[in-house]
Design a protein around this ligand. Structure first.
Ligand code: SF4
Ligand code: SF4
Length: 433
């Protein structure tokens, strides 16, 4: 794509980076067919190619930017399906980040939108606060009719069943494998316990730790790294995101300095994608950039480390034999953000599960962080499409690697559990309930 930035504009490092990304786009449009929002609306402005065009205009001629630009950029899920399809390697994720940062300065959001974003950023990244908010929201449903529409939509997204808060992550802890025959742990890892996940499903971290311990891996959790910062980043709360990221980097580097650490493990793929991008996010801070890059390089999804270990040695496939078919839902942050698609499938099959995939598995379920709260109409349409394709598989349950998708897709007739919960069961843990 041709760009016409002035020298003065190119003095801004963000514009310079945006220019380099824009110039890679040849405007072929291959990405449009795999973009969930374009598939629904058929509007070029809801496609990656259309959005890239608007982002170029926004960076080149900021005075021409209108509320219409904001509308279509806000409707982007950030699912990154377009980056999987693009033959030119356009770094849409970082172009979108640049565009959103500039847009925030140019087009002020409505007060109600600002308030909602502030509330989400203040509550969800704090597991205990989020759990309390979910309990209050149960009562709030009784007076939902008197609330503004976005608030009503947000209430409907919250689950009715509220489990106990996951204790993992509330303090700094070490979980060691049982000292069988005096063997030393084969690896030491840090686990990102997460924020919303601890309030929504306390069993995921427990399963993760059990499976890793069975494989001889020592697991460390640092209290200070209570959130990866993704949510604050995506709602435009940049200062909050920055502080959260710095706290995690500092705590993990302390741990790395005090003993050997093989990897940092994320069991929510949205968080894993974010931590793997810390190096990029901190690139303009000379002191933090190398530390952040080192953390990103050490970060792995739970499936990646399991693939490096001898999972076979702890599996008991007879435990799961006779269990109905599992449908695998590939979270966008895992398949597009981290380009991990086949690994969870092969681990589940290795564990003895009969696994199928839904049609259009590349399309987002509409969760996308807090997109389902901020853009409920589009998110609901995507949720219904995904549920229908999952039900069409005839599976009796769904495996997924991201808490956002799990919450978005869970239904009484088709339970959704984390891949690690199925692997835990197949290696001697409890059956996922
Ligand atoms: S597929 Fe890539 S090069 Fe083609 S229009 Fe989309 S982003 Fe641009
Ligand atoms: S990130 Fe997803 S929604 Fe946004 S343009 Fe790309 S494919 Fe479409």
């Amino acid at each position: 794509m041709q760009t016409h930035f002035t020298e003065a504009q190119l003095a801004d490092p963000l514009i310079r980076e945006g220019d380099a990304i824009l110039r890679k786009c040849v405007h072929c449009g291959f990405c449009t067919a795999t973009c969930p929002t374009f598939v629904i609306t058929g509007d070029e402005r809801d496609s990656p190619r259309g959005r890239i065009w608007m982002l170029r205009e926004l960076l080149e001629s900021p005075t021409t930017v209108s509320a219409d630009t904001s509308y279509h950029i806000d409707r982007c899920l950030g699912c990154l399906s377009c980056t999987t399809t693009c033959p030119s390697g356009v770094d849409y994720a970082h172009l979108l980040d640049i565009g959103r940062e500039k847009l925030q300065e140019l087009v002020p959001r409505k007060p109600s939108d600002r308030l909602m974003r502030r509330m989400l950023a203040a509550i969800i990244p704090h597991a205990s606060k989020f759990r309390k908010a979910m309990c209050l929201a149960k009562l709030g449903r009784l007076v939902a009719f008197a609330m503004p529409k976005p608030m009503r939509a947000a209430l409907q997204k919250l689950p009715l069943h509220i489990p106990n808060l996951d204790p993992v992550g509330s303090r700094t802890q070490q979980f060691s494998p049982s000292p069988a025959a005096g063997k030393k742990p084969v690896r030491r890892v840090i686990l990102l316990a997460g924020c919303a996940q601890r309030a929504l499903d306390p069993d995921i971290n427990a399963s993760t730790i059990r499976v890793l311990n069975r494989l001889g891996v020592e697991v460390i959790v640092r209290k200070e790294a209570h959130c990866c910062g993704a949510l604050a980043h995506h709602v435009g709360a940049t200062k909050m995101a920055d502080a959260t990221i710095r706290a995690a980097i500092k705590a993990w580097h302390e741990e790395i300095a005090s003993g050997h650490i093989d990897a940092i493990i994320a069991n929510a793929s949205g968080c894993g994608t974010m931590v793997k991008d810390y190096g990029h996010l901190m690139r303009h801070d000379a002191e933090m950039a190398p530390l952040a890059a080192a953390i990103s390089a050490k970060t792995k999804d739970i499936c990646e480390i399991l693939a490096e270990l001898d999972l076979q040695s702890v599996l008991r496939p007879q435990a799961v034999s006779g269990y109905g078919t599992l449908a695998y839902h590939s979270a966008c942050s895992l398949q597009h953000g981290q380009k991990i698609h086949d690994l969870p499938l092969s681990l589940l099959r290795q564990a003895g599960f009969d696994v199928v995939q839904p049609v259009n598995g590349h399309l987002c379920c509409g969760s996308a962080g807090v997109y389902n709260i901020l853009q409920p109409a589009m998110a609901d349409e995507l949720q219904q499409r995904k549920l229908s394709s999952l039900r069409d598989t005839g599976a009796s349950a769904v495996a997924a690697g991201n808490i956002g998708c799990m919450t978005q897709l869970h239904s009484d007739d088709l339970p959704v559990r984390h891949t690690i919960q199925f692997l835990d069961w197949a290696s001697g843990g409890p059956k996922p309930v």
